[in-house]
Design a protein around this ligand. Structure first.
Ligand code: ZN
Length: 463
């Protein structure tokens, strides 16, 4: 009797693992294992919007055509992604990312989005790299789908399966963003195709907070048996991305860059920059307070920056935060800094957005929001900091530059418009005019917010 009971228990795998095993057998030829393959995919995606589009006065939804070349070892030991983005206004962004590359935060962000890609995810489950447990069925379009909770190094995912085919249908993750709160990020697979011995998704919809933000289609897919892992680090170039809009889409959780040490570096008399891995913060000393430019990170990272400011300037509280623009890489720490300052200055196009975010703070702790439309000056009677808005700039609708007149320091973040952009010459001309309106001239220093301080040079197209 005992033997019979035991054999029943042993013969019946846990329901969660049975679901995963069924999905694997639906995705790979008999006798093979997902984790034994490398997969190369050419993916084309049309992105409609991102969190960036939440600015009512900003451009309509951000729209871009993005091509990704994904190379994944399904055992999870290597992955890289080359991305090419074309925006409707003619802008182009190219970058690549690599799992296990130099930057841990970058690699985590990559793994977070990659981790939702069904073949890779299922390979991690069936090779027991990620653990699973059963979860209540997921109701979707009037159907009840069997589902799994998957524990990944970066949080919990829910995967629901098509009861007819056994294939993954939906992968969900709850993401939390320091400015936008908690929202559901979802991939829903709508079509599958063959790639050698594997079945891989052919089309899927990405949505955030219940709203579709992208449709993706696989143009080409191939799978080969993975060679044995060499254990040597890959020779691909380290991750280098210069597109905060795109990055915000890729990594909507964005904020947890963690505690970072900030380094204070002098730029000019009474002007320093706090330099950290999230980017630079410009610190301008006024007579009895500080004006800072940008809040590039939230959480412990922002707390550490504010603590460093208190330590380094004990007699000068931070009174004013100026945001060069609203992108994550500049504004993630907005709420943390808001609790420390009396006023926040943003471009006219970002005022309503900023005020709406500040409503999350207790009424008494909300700083005043002032805008730059199109110019403003901050002064303590001696020092003058001039601000100007760059209206219709292709990088962001909310860009402003700042200039500390006596110290001749220009804070200019993401303002360069590349040579490959159709508006390159037009914008060089406009930037020159904007600089002249601030009083920028010979011997000024340009601080770009990304670690570079360079002597000001007149822009090439000034003819
Ligand atoms: Zn930006």
């Amino acid at each position: 009797m005992l033997a019979i009971v035991l054999s029943i228990i042993c013969a019946a795998p846990a329901p969660a693992l049975a679901l995963a095993a069924r999905a694997e057998s639906a995705m790979v030829d008999k006798g093979a294992a997902l984790a034994g393959y490398s997969l190369t995919l050419e993916v084309e995606s049309r992105w409609f919007a991102s969190g960036e589009a939440e600015i009512p006065e900003g451009p309509p939804a951000f729209a871009a055509l993005r091509s990704d070349r994904l190379e994944l070892r399904l055992d999870g030991s290597e992955a890289r992604r080359k991305v090419h983005v074309a925006t409707p206004d003619g802008g182009v962004v190219d970058y690549q990312e690599q799992l296990g590359g130099g930057d841990a935060a970058e690699a985590r962000a990559f793994e977070r989005t990659l981790g939702m890609f069904a073949p890779w995810l299922m390979a991690q489950i069936t090779s027991k790299r990620f653990t699973v447990k059963a979860t209540p069925k997921l109701a979707l379009d009037g159907r009840k789908l069997p589902a799994l909770a998957v524990k990944t190094p970066d949080g919990l995912l829910t995967v629901a399966f098509d009861p007819d085919t056994g294939l993954p249908l939906v992968v969900r993750r709850v993401v939390s963003h320091p400015l936008r709160g908690r929202r559901m990020y979802e991939l829903r697979y709508t079509e599958w195709r063959s790639a050698g011995p594997l079945r891989v998704p052919k089309a899927w919809t990405t949505s955030l907070g219940g709203e579709a933000i992208a449709y993706s289609t696989v143009r080409d897919a191939s799978a080969v048996k993975a060679r044995a892992t060499s254990g040597k680090p890959s020779d691909a170039p380290p991750a280098a991305a210069e597109a905060d809009i795109v990055r915000a889409m890729l990594a909507p959780t964005g904020g947890e860059v963690g505690a970072r040490q900030w380094q204070r570096v002098s730029v000019a008399e009474g002007v320093d920059r706090l330099s950290g891995r999230a980017g630079d913060i410009l610190v301008v000393e006024m007579r009895d307070h500080l004006v800072v430019f940008d809040a590039p990170c939230a959480g412990a990272c922002a707390d550490a920056a504010l603590a460093e400011l208190r330590r380094a300037y004990p007699k000068k509280p931070v009174r004013t935060l100026v945001l060069s623009h609203h992108h994550d890489a500049r504004a993630l720490g907005l709420l943390a800094f808001a609790l420390a300052v009396d006023q926040i200055i943003v471009a006219a196009g970002a005022r309503a957005w900023t005020e709406k975010l500040l409503q999350r703070l207790p009424k008494k702790r909300r700083p005043v929001v002032l805008d730059v439309a199109p110019q403003r000056a901050i002064t303590d009677g001696t020092r003058v900091v001039r601000l100007t808005r760059l209206v219709d700039h292709p990088h962001a609708s909310t860009l402003i530059m700042g200039y500390v007149q006596d110290a001749k320091v220009l804070w200019a973040v993401d303002v360069a418009v590349g040579r490959d952009h159709p508006l390159h010459f037009d914008w060089n001309e406009r930037l020159s005019r904007a600089e002249r309106s601030l009083g920028v001239g010979a011997s000024a220093l340009v601080v770009d917010g990304r670690g570079s301080v360079a002597p000001h040079t007149p822009l090439a197209s000034v003819r």
